[in-house]
Design a protein around this ligand. Structure first.
Ligand SMILES: [Zn+2]
Length: 295
């Protein structure tokens, strides 16, 4: 056996072997860099249309004291999902509390923003479980959803998420707000025009690292919200998009308790949601069933 192995290692591969090797490597990297392909397991990427037009705005990389409050102000009464970095959350727990008070969903984006943490099972465990532990320390117990830094979905990371019962979240509409040159209003209007019912829109509420390039999404959120709502979209959380409105308040689905408070909706909003619940009950039952099967 060994002489054959020596021979195989010493022999220069022919071009078909190179071509097959490079193609396999290319397909692997495509799967890692494109969560929508779901090459290594299920990832929630949308779109998940509702009976009424809706989109889920998601903001990554915060919280940051200079930029996150601006995004929270721009969102006003509307709901969004924040994928926060564990180390930043521990540094700015008051910003996590502000997200919670405004009724937003808070999920983990890992303990820190590093691509190398997705490379081995040990590092992937540190990325995911360390991030969740950090969120726990600032009062967030919800551990259902996770978005990987840069959306990198490697086999070791997917395997850790599966073992831990955590659902990875991707996106169906990428804004590219981290690199878009602007102007912010034009960017926001074009993005809103591209949105479809059920889209998960990827934005950022903070630079990747402190002092880094400011994502355009921070300045663009107010116009984006205005344009989306004028097009008739409801802005919902990932939870609402995949489970149905009533699940958002259910203690079984995971809660956020900060300062001894649990998220509560206003009566008016609850009435509106009840009406929507009745009109779309059948669809959501189907969605719940599908969701339950998603690891
Ligand atoms: Zn990120």
């Amino acid at each position: 056996m060994l002489p054959y192995l020596d021979l195989a290692l010493e022999r220069r591969p022919d071009w078909p072997e190179y071509a097959i090797g490079m193609t396999l490597l290319g397909l692997f990297l495509l799967g890692v860099f494109s969560p929508r392909l779901q090459a290594f397991g299920p990832v929630l990427c949308g779109p998940r249309p509702g009976a009424r037009p809706r989109v889920a705005l998601t903001f990554d990389d915060g919280p940051d004291p200079e930029t996150t409050p601006r995004v929270l102000d721009a969102l006003g009464e509307h709901r969004a999902t924040f994928f926060v970095i564990g180390e930043k959350a521990k540094r700015y727990p008051e910003l996590v509390a502000a997200m919670h008070t405004a009724g937003h969903q808070i999920c983990s984006h890992g303990i820190r923003h590093s691509w190398s943490l997705v490379l081995s099972p040990w590092r992937a465990r540190r990325l995911t479980l360390g991030g969740l532990r950090a969120l726990n320390q600032v009062g967030v117990q919800d551990r259902r959803f996770f978005r990987a830094p840069y959306g990198l979905m490697t086999p070791p990371l997917m395997s850790v998420l599966r073992e831990s019962g955590i659902t990875p979240v991707g996106w169906s509409l990428r804004s590219w707000d981290s690199i878009h040159p602007g102007p912010a209003d034009t960017f926001a209007i074009r993005l809103a025009q591209r949105a479809r019912n059920g889209d998960i829109i990827l934005m950022h509420d903070a630079p990747e690292h402190p002092g880094g390039r400011r994502p355009l999404g921070i300045e663009a959120t107010a116009t984006l919200v205005r344009t989306l709502t004028s097009r008739g979209f409801d802005l919902v959380t990932i939870e609402t998009l995949y489970r149905g409105d009533e699940a958002e308040a259910s203690p079984e689905t995971g809660t956020t308790t900060i300062g001894g408070r649990t998220a509560r909706r206003s009566r008016g909003r609850r009435r509106n949601r009840t009406a929507r619940t009745q009109t779309a009950a059948g669809e959501r039952t189907l969605e719940r069933d599908r969701f339950a099967r998603t690891p």
